[in-house]
Design a protein around this ligand. Structure first.
Ligand SMILES: Nc1ncnc2c1ncn2[C@@H]1O[C@H](COP(=O)(O)OP(=O)(O)OP(=O)(O)O)[C@@H](O)[C@H]1O
Length: 247
């Protein structure tokens, strides 16, 4: 839970989320999961593959409303920027056009120079998605999610399939974005090290039907977390929580 006194941006109780398989059988994905996200907080959801992390994100952001439970306020009342694992850029639009397209009509003509520059994309603004590496395309997708000046930034496995250098670079841009104190970040990952580098709080989820196993609050300021600190913290957590040993 967020600190007492920290104002809550979003609170959810997912009593149950069940999918119906093509053969008609019910498959329970989430059960009795309670989550609250404070303003300015960086929360990481960590859990085994297929446990229901993306499902949880979709419910929290209002993309999936077919569940039992509550999300308060209604996510439609928040400004939410989402960067999916697949960058989902329109191939026939340039980098700059892809970012601009998400803006509401009255902001379509704003100067995006500052945002584009701050994500190291100035030299790429006229390029097309097919000309970009996956790392660059993810960076465009992150800049696009931030262009709407969201209350909440949602990242679904943003570093997966990147080489170490591209992942490290993108992590620095995510940390830069998260430094904006008014924005909350909700990130899904199954990599404990990257969660330890970035998050204020980790929420560990169980295998399907997913529910909360444990919450871990990380007090050390983000900028002070060295590789040694991350490794020591990971080992300490893995000792206490066997499910994290392989993560
Ligand atoms: N539309 C759907 N219809 C039926 N089953 C679904 C649907 N979407 C997801 N599932 C199933 O629900 C479970 C949870 O899926 P979800 O994508 O939320 O898990 P995840 O933790 O994000 O997975 P991963 O780590 O692989 O990204 C999985 O077993 C998945 O196959």
């Amino acid at each position: 839970m967020p600190d007492a006194g920290g104002s809550v941006l979003l609170e959810a109780h997912i009593a149950q989320k069940t999918y119906v398989r093509p053969d008609g059988a019910a498959m329970e994905a989430v059960r009795d999961l309670h989550l609250a996200l404070a303003r300015g907080e960086f929360l990481c959801l960590i859990g085994p593959s297929g446990c229901g992390k993306t499902t949880t994100l979709r419910i929290l952001t209002g993309l999936d409303r077919a569940f039992t439970g509550t999300v308060t306020p209604d996510p439609a009342r928040l400004s939410i920027g989402i960067a999916f694992q697949e960058p989902r850029l329109l191939p026939w639009r340039t980098v700059e056009e892809n970012i601009r397209l998400v803006l509401p009509p009255d902001r379509r003509k704003v100067d995006l120079g500052g945002l584009i520059e701050s994500f190291g994309l100035a030299g790429h603004r006229a390029r097309y998605p097919a000309e970009l590496s996956l790392g660059l395309a993810r960076r465009v997708s992150l800049a696009r999610a931030l262009a709407v000046e969201p209350d909440l930034l949602v990242l679904d496995e943003p570093f997966v399939s990147l080489d170490a250098q591209a992942a490290g670079e993108l992590r620095r841009y995510v940390a830069l974005a998260a430094a904006r104190q008014t924005m909350s970040v909700l990130m899904v990952t199954h990599n404990v090290r990257e969660a330890l580098e970035l998050a204020d709080r980790l929420v560990l989820l169980a295998a399907r039907p997913t529910r909360l196993v444990e919450e871990v609050r990380l007090a050390a300021p983000r900028g002070t977390r060295t590789a040694d600190w991350i490794e020591a913290e990971r080992a300490r957590l893995a000792e206490r929580l066997p499910a994290l040993r392989e993560a």
